[in-house]
Design a protein around this ligand. Structure first.
Ligand code: AMP
Ligand code: GLY
Length: 423
């Protein structure tokens, strides 16, 4: 079986790695991939957002199944195009992907179905947005409507911060068309967790619990990033909470999407805040989280390829996923300067010492190979993932592995998993 994975980050490395271990013995391809992915898949030099080239490649090279990692191609309709060309694909079609692609679509859906989420208002005009902040008070959260690589969300603790965020998004057009509209919402306090599930249009199979750390600095401080680390399981998501999240958030969302003709197939990811009055939805994503995917796939015992195929073929009913008892934890190593400006091209050494270990995987997020050397080629560069009996043991093992890596232009957080460990 020929399987193409679309994307080139740590999530796609984990997907290619896990799929390549399937008993179905697939031939795995990845577009565009990276230096680490090249160890487990054939990398094809096609950008993840080049829909024409991906469809043409899939037809010509007879791909049996295409797994799309990132939100960009999902929101711009890559699945619709692949299916139109007769190719089986994993991920939501464009209509359903709006659940991530438009905060306003998502918020309206929550309002219609009673899904608990922060109170909000939408604006396309800066003065009205500022007036709302003046009358409502701070803290508030300003969010660009469309996709902004995790950078379109600003937590505003003072009115001046809110005015600056409104100007940045609506007046300066920092996110282009994605910021033509703005949501201002209530600031929620609590502990966050990620709730991911496979959805085949109607049936929902939750994955193991996980949590990521979005802030750049230790203590969950500093600017938001795509994610600086993650772990699974997340103790805040108890069995009881899983039921509450399924009943109040996941089932109503999947039913509503189905009822409005935007049936969702793929991974539905709910970003949650566990507040003192229960879990509330921060965001929906239409894909695996990055880096949550990495510790999740390190823990998955079931054949991931079989599960993704079952999802795309609408036969999730009855699927039971099996997970290792161990915890897994990922530490992201990012280029100095990320999430702001950063350089590329510095050499990373020491990776060979970590190859072939049973309990450690170094997933590559942004690397390239040149003359046999591994070079940094992105903001998030490596995602060092380890398993251990507990989150604390997995954390220890992950940081031991980080210590083996020689890379002078990078940094990582030193406290990934702290909330689970202090519990
Ligand atoms: P989002 O992309 O909407 O999930 O937002 C990114 C991050 O901003 C979240 O993971 C939270 O840490 C934070 N955030 C978003 N919305 C809120 C909110 N209403 N209250 C508090 N923090 C939030
Ligand atoms: N880790 C956050 C995300 O994938 O959106």
């Amino acid at each position: 079986m020929n399987v193409l994975v679309v994307g080139g980050g740590g999530r796609e490395h984990a997907l290619c790695w896990a799929i390549s271990r399937s008993p179905m013995q697939p031939a795995v391809f990845c577009a565009p991939g990276n230096a680490g992915i090249a160890d487990v898949a054939t990398c094809i030099n096609i950008a993840a957002d080049d829909r024409d080239a991906i469809v043409a490649f899939s037809v010509k090279q007879a791909m049996d199944f295409v797994v799309v990692g990132p939100e960009g191609p999902l929101c711009s309709g890559l699945i619709d195009r692949l299916e139109g060309a007769g190719i089986k694909a994993f991920g939501p079609r464009r209509g359903a992907a709006q659940i991530e692609g438009s905060k306003i679509f998502m918020k309206d859906l929550c309002a219609r179905t009673g899904i608990p989420t922060a109170d909000y208002r939408q604006f396309d005009e800066p003065e009205a947005a500022k007036e709302y902040v003046r009358s409502h008070g701070v803290p508030v959260v300003a969010k660009a409507d469309g996709l902004a690589s995790g950078k379109g969300v600003v937590i505003c603790r003072t009115e001046n911060e809110a005015y600056a965020a409104i100007d940045h998004i609506l007046v300066e057009g920092a996110f282009g068309a994605a910021g033509a509209n703005l949501v201002i919402e209530q600031y929620l306090e609590g502990e966050e967790a990620s709730f991911l599930a496979l959805v085949d249009g109607t049936d929902i199979v939750p994955l193991a619990s996980s949590q990521d750390h979005k802030a750049a600095c230790d203590g969950d401080l500093g600017p938001n990033t795509g994610g600086m680390g993650a772990y699974s399981p997340a103790p805040v998501v108890t069995a009881e909470m899983t039921q509450v999240v399924m009943d109040r958030i996941m089932r109503p969302a999947v039913k509503e999407l189905h009822d409005i003709g935007c049936s969702f197939s793929g991974v539905l990811y709910a970003g949650l805040m566990f507040t003192h009055d229960g879990p509330k939805l921060l965001e929906f994503n239409c894909r695996f989280g990055d880096p949550e995917c990495q510790p999740l796939l390190m823990r998955m015992r079931s054949d991931v390829l079989d599960a993704l195929l079952a999802c795309s073929e609408g036969r999730l009913g009855g699927l039971v996923l099996e997970w290792r008892e161990d915890a897994a934890l990922s530490v992201v190593m990012a280029a100095n300067g990320y999430p702001g400006y950063y350089g590329r091209g510095s050499e990373i050494k020491g990776l060979k010492k970590l190859a072939g270990l049973e309990d450690v995987m170094v997933f590559h997020a942004g690397t390239e190979k040149r003359d046999g050397r591994i070079l940094a080629n992105g903001g998030r560069v490596l995602c060092v993932t380890a398993r251990g009996r507990t989150v604390a043991a997995a954390q220890r093992r992950a940081y031991e592995a980080v210590a083996e890596i020689e890379w002078h232009d990078g940094y990582c957080r030193r406290d990934i998993g702290w909330r689970a460990i202090v519990r």
